[in-house]
Design a protein around this ligand. Structure first.
Ligand code: FEO
Length: 135
C-alpha cells in the first residue's frame, strides 16, 4: 500500500474525508496494479478513473469555497488546476506510449495528494471551523 490512511489526513468535513479516502484508494490501486504487472489497458482504466474522480472532488471543494466565501479560493483552485493539467499530460503521454507509468509518476501522485490534503485542504477546513460556517 502506497498511502496508509490515518487520522492526520482527516479535515473533519465528512464528505471531503470520504472523497479523500477514495482518492487515496485509487492511487493505492494504481500502485498495486503496477507492481502486479497488470497490462496497459488496465492501468489506463485506473488512471482515467483517478482523473475523473479527482476533478469531481475538486469541483466539490470549490463549491464549498463559494458557499463559505473562502478568501484563498483562487490560490487553492490554481493548485487544483495545475495538478489536473499535470496528470492529464501524464495520461496523454501514457496513452500515446511516450511515457511509462513509473515509480516517479507514482511518487509524484502520492506526494502531491499527501501534501495538498495535509496543508492546503486543512487550511480551508480550519478557516471554516474558525468562521463557524459549516457547508
Ligand atoms: Fe482535497 Fe483541494 O483537494
Amino acid at each position: 500500500m502506497l498511502i496508509q490512511w490515518n487520522d492526520s489526513f482527516n479535515v473533519h468535513i465528512e464528505d471531503v474525508d470520504y472523497q479523500h479516502q477514495t482518492l487515496v484508494s485509487l492511487i493505492n490501486d494504481l500502485g498495486e496494479a503496477m507492481s502486479d504487472g497488470k497490462g496497459k489497458e488496465f492501468l489506463q482504466k485506473i488512471l482515467a478513473e483517478l482523473i475523473r474522480y479527482t476533478k469531481d472532488h475538486f469541483q466539490a471543494e470549490e463549491r464549498i469555497f463559494r458557499i463559505v466565501d473562502y478568501p484563498e479560493s483562487e490560490e487553492h483552485k490554481r493548485e487544483h488546476d495545475t495538478f489536473v493539467q499535470k496528470v492529464t499530460d501524464f495520461q496523454v503521454d501514457f496513452d500515446r506510449g511516450r511515457l511509462g507509468l513509473t515509480v516517479e509518476v507514482l511518487n509524484f501522485l502520492c506526494d502531491w495528494v499527501r501534501n495538498h490534503i495535509k496543508q492546503s485542504d486543512k487550511k480551508y477546513a480550519q478557516y471554516i471551523d474558525a468562521s463557524g460556517l459549516r457547508p
